[in-house]
Design a protein around this ligand. Sequence first.
Ligand code: NAP
Length: 278
Amino acid sequence: MRRIAVVTGANQGIGFALVEGLAARMNPEDLVLLTSRDPGRVAEAAARAKGVAQIEGRVLDVSDDDAIAQLAAGLQAEYGGVDIVISNAIAPLTPDRTQAEQADQFIAVANGGTESVLRAFAPVLRPGGRLLVVASSLGTLDQLDPKLHPLFDGRSFDEIVQTVEDWRQAIHAGTAADQGWPEWINTPSKVGQVAAVRALAAERRAADLPQNKLIASICPGLVDTRASRPWFDDFSQARTPAEAAEPIVDLVLADLDPSQYGELVRDGKVLPWRGAAA
Ligand SMILES: NC(=O)c1ccc[n+]([C@@H]2O[C@H](COP(=O)([O-])OP(=O)(O)OC[C@H]3O[C@@H](n4cnc5c(N)ncnc54)[C@H](OP(=O)(O)O)[C@@H]3O)[C@@H](O)[C@H]2O)c1
């Protein structure tokens, strides 16, 4: 059977490496959709991406909930579903403007995009499917002030979506710091991604595991990309995007390990939700 893969935010960085990593290890009849927001950059990246499987560029702005739903429905109609989906897109966050000024776009892409991908693609995932979110080790609960933990812990998917929206509004109201939110917006954003994956997995676990499906979030480690470059001086320990993509592609193509279902996984190992110390 022809397998279909979708990667978001894939014209550069880890997403591009995931497309090439998947396409290198899938079959010639399989299809990897390299998606991102800008038509020119998508076309350029799809033209230079190499692999055994077919690679096709598709414009997909993940802050557009309807566009994500349409892509999922279109793939369902055309191919009967999807086998591999990796939600990876992230908007640039730069030191030259305040985090508050950049919060709307950042949260719309990282959290809104992830929530829309999870919502639209989980129902069209074929048996054996993999639905992964590229998050971070910043996504464990212990990264946040303990008073915020109940907002993310054991909550439903809709409650997580609402918590992220409440946080965004608190940033604009100037009340986020008083409520315990850190200034560095990537941290609550990553906790929100991991919590959304956990909430969806809690709903779907009983149906997914017998069908050999995996929903999980991923930590790629520190990777030398456009997203990380403005924030770190020393990249001597950083991975290249291709190095970071390898264990993620391993996870996609490996036999299902039920202990990874719904969890945050780094290099094949589960990172505890409440943090290593807990
Ligand atoms: N780099 C690291 O050290 C590191 C560490 C931990 C986790 N991560 C995570 O890994 C993932 C990928 O990060 P990266 O470092 O590869 O970032 P990156 O190099 O900045 O690439 C981000 C990609 O997302 C795309 N994008 C931005 N806005 C979009 C939108 N509205 N719709 C669709 N695509 C959009 C970008 O397209 P344009 O080219 O058009 O902007 C680009 O292709 C992120 O979730 C990030 O948080 C990275």
